[in-house]
Design a protein around this ligand. Sequence first.
Ligand code: PAF
Length: 288
Amino acid sequence: MDTFHERAALRARLQEARARGRRIGLLPTMGNLHSGHIALLEDLRRVCDISICSIFVNPTQFGAGEDFERYPRTLPQDQERLSAAGCDLLFAPSIVEMYPHGLTTLTTVTVQGLQDGLCGAHRPGHFQGVASVVSKLFNIVQPDVAIFGEKDYQQLAVLRRMTLDLDFPVQILAGATRRDADGLALSSRNQYLRPDERQRAPMLYRTLQQMRDAILSGIDDYRMLESSATGLLEKSGFHTDYFSVVDADSLQPAGAQTRRLTLLVAARLGETRLIDNISLDLAAPTAT
Ligand code: PAF
């Protein structure tokens, strides 16, 4: 696997591949790769000829007081993992390479509406930072296909919509959330958890499952379910940013008529903010 730190060299290499008719697939990451990322790479490699992973801890998507400084940076280990998993190219630019004119760029990408609620309400500017850096990555790499994990459900919705609205000729794939045996969704941030917090963390997914089962049993008072889920989590020591039952596409609060639902949660255990979600389709035969 070849590593590129500069846009120009990467572009030259990709141009060659494109000229030979190769289908290029991009996995954007912030590094500190775990088996969830490797599973996304495997999904991606099934649908492209040349796989490229980007590793860039993007400062513009972190708010003041968030974990930008302490976000784990593990490039040599990441390179080994990617290489062993058959990744073809790695793009690992510096901050100056990505933002040569400084971090306060005059041009940003905003996905109105979709970016404002849920995590957006608790992390102002986060999705603008994500949409802007992913636009830059799309322009640098010009992939045919890009993959993002479903764990970051709102991010996926924002990026799908951005791709549609700005006519990026990129197919967006969603990779299923990978979990530890006890149900905790894999995330680079799990390593911040203290041992007692790690033991309690699977409660997040269990609560989502309980609420999903309640919905499947016919309960459609979603505001009541949201507050009962929040109560359960608070009792287990979480500080809940939100637990929301929303329309799977618009991310607006679901009502009794909504058929495709997503249950989304963001909660903090100590210093660590965890997110997770479950989707369900009430119109699907298995849901009755
Ligand atoms: O999901 C992430 O790791 C990041 O938000 C992304 C998509 C790589 C953009 O920096």
